[in-house]
Design a protein around this ligand. Structure first.
Ligand code: ORX
Length: 441
């Protein structure tokens, strides 16, 4: 049996396989112990297609902070998206892929002066601001930058509100800031907003785009060449969610206030839309404590690792059991799931129903691509899970020569999951039905 090695290449899938088959097969080698991700590159491509179809006028600038895994960035660069970077580090990461600086938006309204200086040196000249101090900073360090004024317009419900920290008031502050920018001789080119991450209030986009239109007119009146509207992020990305309603409202409001004839560039900063559903995490149950009618399962990833999203992203995660030696499930019982560190805070699921599970069984978590990996630490010495990326053959043919992807990014070696001891017929009988759903449909 080969040793399981999760590497940095994208593995081309065998004809009948998909991301879930691979996940299952890695587990069934019987030698994988560490938690690991399967990254379904096809899911990212599918999202991009969906975006293009549903909001054809809006050019996505992927929010790198959401998941800065190299493969994600390379695939998106190959697909032709722009990038929203929050810092010098993110700018460097995107530039290192060979992405042109014109495809980068420095979308942090509160920037370090050295980072502004760096952006200037690198030719990244598009950036956001929302206050007067920032204007003076830009005046000093990058006076020719193209500036986008970020206004505040909050979703009534969102997973992570942002308005308390960023965005000026569109009525009381924004006109004044445009005047200050004008008096400083700066170059304002557009308006942006972020309604809140994980927006559950699609009509907020109508309110925000309408507010942006008013400020466009004020900017034009002041003599600015207003040519960019940036509708920010907030688009959901988990399996089973939809951007249909948001897209419908965005499209109709754009047609009303920013008709195509005006030639304004419409951009957005989606993060979780692209990244969330592409990553599935497999965690191993390494310990458990049973009491009457309740089990505590300890897995090898927790809130200091991937599940930081529970604390920082207000994520609610749901475990799906994968039994190594399946027995017929006759009952579900109350359970809690805990991370591997010695901290009592390190709880992944407070209360759920699971079949009785053994040490060595696995818990699978879907939709783990957004705001997980870039934040994860090795607290208590537990490694951050590695990522096993897969792509099907047709997509590989499509992407393999698209810059920055090259043949070297891919491997035909199907990797660890065709271990010699694997017996397909046996294992299919063991698979919970959720793993048989075709997620690429
Ligand atoms: O920084 C953060 O924690 C997260 N910021 C989201 C964000 C996005 C796009 N542009 C800017 C942002 O701040 C300027 C992406 O948003 P989304 O993923 O919703 O499309 C928000 C909170 C995450 N914990």
């Amino acid at each position: 049996m080969r040793l399981v090695e999760l590497d940095d290449q994208i593995h081309i899938l065998e004809p009948q396989a998909d991301a879930q088959t691979v996940l299952r097969n890695i587990i069934e080698t019987g030698i994988q112990e560490d938690a690991f991700y399967v990254l379904d590159v096809g899911d990212i491509v599918k999202k991009h297609k969906e975006w293009k179809i549903k909001m054809p006028r809006v050019e996505p600038f992927y929010a790198v902070k959401c998941n800065d895994s190299l493969i994600v960035l390379e695939v998106l660069a190959a697909l032709g998206t722009g990038f929203d970077c929050a810092s010098k580090g993110e700018i460097n990461k995107v530039l290192s892929l060979g992405v042109d600086p014109s495809r980068i938006l420095f979308a942090n309204p509160a920037k370090l002066k050295s980072h502004i200086h760096h952006a200037a040196n690198q030719g990244v000249d598009l950036m956001t601001f929302d206050n007067e101090c920032e204007l003076h900073k830009v005046k000093n360090f990058f006076p020719s930058a193209r500036l986008i004024l970020r206004i505040r317009c909050d979703s009534t419900i969102s997973q992570c509100p942002l308005g308390m920290k960023f965005g000026c008031d569109p009525l009381t502050e924004a006109p004044h800031l445009l005047e200050v920018a004008n008096s400083l001789g700066l170059n304002v080119v557009g308006i942006s907003f972020h309604v809140g991450s994980g927006c559950q209030d699609p009509p907020v986009f109508e309110r925000a785009i309408t507010a942006a239109r008013n400020l466009f007119d004020i900017g034009l009146h002041l003599g600015f060449n207003m040519n960019i509207l940036d509708i920010g992020g907030g688009f959901p990305g988990n399996k089973g969610t939809s951007i249909d309603k948001i897209a419908e409202i965005v499209n109709s409001t754009l047609d009303l206030h920013f008709p195509p004839s005006e030639g304004i560039n419409i951009i957005a900063e989606p993060g979780r839309f692209y990244a969330a559903s592409a990553f599935t995490l497999a965690t191993n149950i390494h310990s458990k404590r049973d009491s009457v009618n309740n089990s505590m399962y300890y897995i090898n990833d927790g809130v200091y690792g991937s599940f930081n999203c529970i604390l920082y992203d207000h994520a609610v995660v749901s475990p799906q059991p994968f039994m190594v030696n399946p027995k017929p499930v006759t009952k579900l019982q109350p359970a809690s799931v805990w991370g591997p560190t010695c901290d009592g805070l390190d709880q992944v699921v407070d209360n759920c129903l699971l079949p009785p599970l053994d040490i060595g069984d696995w818990l699978i978590f879907e939709d783990m691509g957004a705001y997980t990996l870039p934040v994860a630490s090795q607290f208590n010495g537990f490694p951050v899970p590695k990522v096993h990326a897969v792509i099907d053959e047709a997509l590989w043919l499509l992407l393999k020569d698209r810059h920055p992807l090259t043949e070297e990014h891919f491997t035909m070696d199907s990797g660890p999951y065709w271990a010699e001891s694997w017996n397909q017929t046996d294992s299919i009988a063991q698979i919970p039905s959720f793993l048989l759903n075709d997620i690429l449909d």
